[in-house]
Ligand binder design. Structure first.
Ligand code: PBG
Length: 326
């Protein structure tokens, strides 16, 4: 009896054959590396829930940036850990705020490095919310004014890309108008267009000291159960003038990444968030998984799902591994 079937294994017979037909490739320039800059001197605090990730003070930033550049990574995203906080998060939009100072420093040392500034208030507010609080409510429109001030001060400091992550309605429109008015027409907005209210942000809140002091972020971040709503969020950001669309978190939301990729013609960015990092690190430290293989597979999966860029705490490790494989 003659069987009819396809011989898929023909294209898997050797490493070189597999390389010939590989559809998705990772490069160091796909990655955006997050940095937590803390006010103070000579501080290098490892974040307990994120082994290998540090809160770094400005005086130690030079070496770190040199290392990042030498690995072929072209972009970093900055988060500030200020020494004091207040009700309205003034550290976020102060000309000498920690992110503004760090941005100037990085652009001076490595002018070609793309500095992305995360535009949010939660690291700077005493209540830990991403906007202005009245009673137990986070007010939308008054928050926009402070976010515009933050974005403009970040652009003034030399940030190449503004990345608003606060999830207030209209943040792209407001920030675009504010940047244009201040003469920063050329500075793009990388919008956290689709940001879910996720338990996977836990370790980040340790790193950035940004846990809300009351309530949660469910009135502004999205319900993890929703898919159609993600399209509405992305659509409004495109109309308001976003230049990149972020989907966040990554791993549990790769269906949304594909939806965004298929429906909008902008670069798609996946945020491989802190909880995803912590899970892999924890398992690897226990010897339960092969860290390098798992990380490269995970990042490849994100690109296959439609990501053009990946914000990831694994950027340095992955860039090093990719270099070794060459
Ligand atoms: C600020 C912000 C958060 C993250 C990035 N920007 C925290 C949050 O929304 O609570 C999380 C990133 C991560 O978990 O790696 N709003």
């Amino acid at each position: 009896m003659e069987l009819q079937f396809s011989r898929h294994r023909r294209l898997r017979t050797s490493a070189n054959m597999r390389a010939l037909v590989r559809e998705t490739h990772l490069h160091a320039e796909d990655f955006i590396y997050p940095l937590f800059i803390i006010e103070g001197e000579n501080i290098k605090n490892e974040v307990p829930s994120m082994p290998g990730v540090y809160q770094l003070s400005m005086d130690l930033l030079g070496e770190e940036i040199d290392d990042i550049v030498s690995l072929g990574i072209k972009s970093v995203i900055l988060f500030g850990v200020p020494s004091t906080k207040d009700e309205c998060g003034s550290g976020a939009y102060h000309d000498h705020g920690i992110v503004q100072v760090a941005t100037r420093f990085i652009k001076e040392r490595h002018p070609e490095m793309i500095v992305v500034a995360d535009t949010c208030l939660c690291e700077y507010t005493s209540h830990g919310h991403c906007g202005v609080v009245e009673g137990d409510r986070v007010l939308n429109d008054p928050s926009l004014e402070l976010l515009v001030q933050t974005a403009v001060s970040q652009a003034k400091a030399g940030a190449d890309i503004i990345a608003p992550s606060n999830m207030m309605d209209g943040f792209v429109a407001a920030i675009r108008a504010g940047l244009d008015e201040a003469g920063f027409q050329e500075v793009p907005i990388m919008s956290y267009a689709v940001k879910y209210s996720s338990a996977f942000y836990g370790p980040f809140r340790d790193a950035a000291d940004s846990t809300p002091q009351f309530g949660d972020r469910k009135t502004y971040q999205m319900d993890p159960a929703n898919r159609i709503e993600a399209m509405r969020e992305a659509e409004s950001d495109v109309l308001e003038g976003a230049d990149f669309l972020i989907v966040k978190p990554g791993l549990p939301y790769l269906d949304i990444v594909r939806d965004v990729k298929n429906n909008f013609n902008l670069p798609v960015v996946v945020y491989n968030v802190s909880g995803e990092y912590a899970m892999v690190k924890g398992a690897a430290q226990n010897g339960w998984i092969d860290e390098k293989a798992v990380v490269l597979e995970m990042l490849t999966g994100m690109k296959r799902a439609g990501a053009d860029l990946i914000i990831t705490y694994f950027a340095k490790d992955a860039a090093r591994w990719l270099k070794e494989q060459k």
